[in-house]
Design a protein around this ligand. Sequence first.
Ligand SMILES: Cc1ncc(COP(=O)(O)O)c(C=O)c1O
Length: 439
Amino acid sequence: MSQNSSQAYWMPFTANRDFESAPRRVSRATRHHYETTDGRQVYDLFSGLWTSGLGHCHPTITEAIATQAGVLDFNMSFQFGNELAPRLAQQLTALAPENLSHCFFTNSGSESVDTALKIALAYHRACGQPERTMLIGRERGYHGVNFGGMSVGGIPNNQKAFSGNLLPRVAHLPHTFNLEHNAFSKGQPGWGGHLADELTVLIDQHGAESIAAVIVEPVAGSTGILPPPAGYLEKLRTICTDHGILLIFDEVITAFGRIGEPFAAQRFGIQPDLITLAKGLTNGTVPMGAVLTTDTIYQAFMTGPAETIELFHGYTYSGHPLAAAAGLATLEVYEQEQSFAGARALEPEFEKAVHSLADHPLVVDVRNFGLMAGVDLAPDPDAPGRRGLVAHKRCFHDENLVIRNAMDTLQFAPFLNAELADIERGIESVRRVLDQINS
Ligand SMILES: Cc1ncc(COP(=O)(O)O)c(C=O)c1O
């Protein structure tokens, strides 16, 4: 059977057939712009896919990858190593909250999440509590697409087709979205901290002694930007500590300056037991993820004969030399360019720009935290999600702008080093598109 290349390529999280009617493809990128395959310059108001906070094709990172590719392209990762991965682990843990001192490398956010869940289960077993197997996620959470992350995640569309075989011992906290109390909130909403108490309900129901871990995104991202209500994360931390439950922060989006600090844990002043990472770790250039853990967790595994493998888990590409070189260069640039402070300084202006859409007749909510924002459109009653997709497409084709939509939520994630004028121009473009949709 003959087929063209786009039929051969099955795109991820994409309406494949619809895409073909007006493809959105790019062939190059420079700093804050893509060049489309038909030669247009398109401004990226989503930093890749939350990945590329420093801008595309940063020369320092590009050079580090190119050099490394000619020096050591690959090494066996099991019982064998390179010099770069330990160096990156050391630098990452130096940047992290001080209780997190060990780093396990993966290749993506999904792998980081499943790795963290496995470490949590194995940790309790190592501590003589093998009955702690239950995992608690949160409604509307996104933790990637592998079986563990999908199961603790709380986005029904991501589970429906696979629901016959999700992880069995999972429960979910309620989400924190509430238009009645929190519409058009700026930063952390004031209402909703008490929703963390739902964890005690789950503890009463299942018994703390059966629960291994709670996993949350400190700011829920993919579902449409849900900043944590004031006091919420603090409460989760206290309840987990009181009951011997591990707290995992999934920081695949929120780490590396997205909310103006190296990690959300630092912005919120909370020490989780594990942090999952990916995306900004290499500025999106080479796939790489990581899980950070406390010394207590790590030491629980470091028992028994020294020749015994302590954790029967790992990936062919864990600590890949090219990815590690990209990670080291990325951390160097974050430091050199003071990117996290830059993002923090941009935050109030970005907030102002994005909330300027609040008066549009199609807009029912605007939320933001750090350099993350969500704008909810009133759904088309006949086709929920269509308006969001149309807005995304028109931004690209008519306004030379990349934004993201998740159903009818438009999402914005400017570069850490974005120019305010570019953000404002992007928001004006979005307004024009919404006007057209509403006309
Ligand atoms: C919070 C969070 N966790 C996990 C993932 C999954 O990452 P990946 O797509 O690299 O597997 C994502 C992706 O957006 C994410 O936002």
